[in-house]
Design a protein around this ligand. Structure first.
Ligand code: LMR
Length: 394
């Protein structure tokens, strides 16, 4: 059996991790994998997370299973964080999942169960794992235009024109904020128009919300998601706590299925639990319990929000610094969009050859499509990156 397996294509993002490690240069710069790093290059455990873990260690008396959908307190705390009061709680089914990816996978499986013929629509630029999970599940896919490489902004006309071609019951994958890989997000007026288009076609949004709090703030980053959920009969949301709580390896995520009414919700909830059971039985609990502890404890919550704000501000200031360094070096506004983008990523609009030259000549590691992780920089490496970019495109 095993010798009959086919060789698989390497994950483009994860392949970079190994290449970076193997590079002996001291001044190499890792802008690949989407993990937040501070100015010293560390991915610290957030203060509130550490405090919550200490509390749990002292108070937790059992590690027996929770429920198939995960701890109800976690689901409620996350519902408030993600959806606030956008929809009545009676309409919201949810299940804790191993990371945001677990929720994405479950959303695609739900589509297969409810509507096996339906198409999943993906932005032409998206997280490669969206494509690969759908391929793995054998789901039909189509792409819609998303990014305008000329302006570095959302190709809004192309997006709407393509989504008008979706059929009733199709699933449309959107990034709630901090679009991965481009860094370009719709503004709130554009979210309104996306909602109208989805309402008129009857397609259902599946929003991947992996970076809430990394763009413009916790509420601003959820505004598009809340708007769609409040305007449309059905919305799926795959939320991740990896980045905003910094608990990547704890695999803490959640799938929300906002149903048309309480009856549809009552049908959906056991289906989500069934999917958990078929895939891995009970979802992981440690990270979920940490998140609940932080969100429910006033002082921990405030401290978490303060640290998250600091992280967000730091990335914004790196963006402004890089845009300004490039403007000076190139005497051009070509890269001004870097300061307008949000989240960890920006697609720089450099060619594959230029990405290669950055790696080989300067030890700068970007994903092959020109995606940069801003959080891999610090005030000292920004000028080095600006010089390297100026060199390879010059
Ligand atoms: C990324 O896009 O780099 C992150 O979401 C990490 C991953 O698993 O790909």
């Amino acid at each position: 059996m095993l010798s009959d397996l086919k060789e698989l294509p390497q994950d483009k993002i994860l392949a970079l991790v190994g290449m970076f490690r193997a590079d002996p240069r001291d001044d190499k710069i890792d802008l690949g994998l989407g993990v937040y790093r501070d100015a010293e290059g560390r991915t610290p455990v957030m203060r509130a997370v550490k405090a919550a873990e200490r509390r749990l260690w002292e108070s937790q008396e059992t590690k027996a299973y929770t429920s198939l959908g995960g701890d109800p307190a976690y689901r409620e705390a996350m519902r408030k964080l993600v959806l606030a009061d956008a929809v009545e709680p009676e309409r919201v089914a949810s299940a804790a999942t191993p990371g945001g990816t677990g929720a994405v996978r479950m959303a695609f499986e739900l589509l297969g169960m409810a509507a096996p013929e339906a198409t999943a629509w993906l932005p032409a630029e998206t997280w490669p794992n969206h494509v690969s999970i759908l391929r793995h599940l054998g789901r039909p896919t189509k792409t819609f235009r998303y990014f305008d490489a000329e302006t570095g902004l959302v190709d809004f006309e192309g997006l709407i024109a393509d989504l008008e071609g979706a059929q009733r019951g199709d699933l449309v994958v959107l990034h709630g904020c901090c679009h991965n890989p481009t860094g370009a997000d719709p503004d709130i007026g554009q979210w309104e128009a996306i909602a109208d288009t989805l309402a008129s076609t009857g397609a259902i949004p599946m929003i991947d919300l992996a970076y809430q709090g990394f763009g413009d703030g916790l509420d601003a980053d959820a505004a598009g998601t809340r708007l769609l959920a409040s305007k449309l009969p059905e919305t799926l949301i795959a939320a991740s706590c990896s980045k905003n709580f910094g608990i990547y390896r704890e695999r803490t995520g959640i799938l929300f299925a906002v149903a048309e009414d309480a009856a549809a919700r009552d049908l959906t909830q056991p289906t989500l639990e069934y999917l958990n059971r078929q895939n891995y039985s009970f979802p992981p609990d440690h990270g979920a319990r940490v998140v609940t502890t932080v969100l429910e404890h006033a002082a921990l919550r405030e401290d978490w929000k303060a640290e998250l704000e600091q992280i967000r501000d730091g990335m914004l200031s790196l963006r402004r610094q890089l845009a300004s360094e490039l403007r000076q070096r190139l005497n051009s506004d070509r890269f001004d969009f870097i300061a307008e983008h949000r989240g960890m990523f920006s697609r720089l609009g450099v060619t594959g050859d230029e990405v290669l030259a950055l790696r080989e000549r300067h030890g700068v590691y970007l994903v092959g499509d020109g995606r940069m992780n801003v959080a891999g920089l610090n005030a000292h490496t920004v000028p080095l990156l600006a010089s390297a970019i100026a060199d390879v495109i010059g």
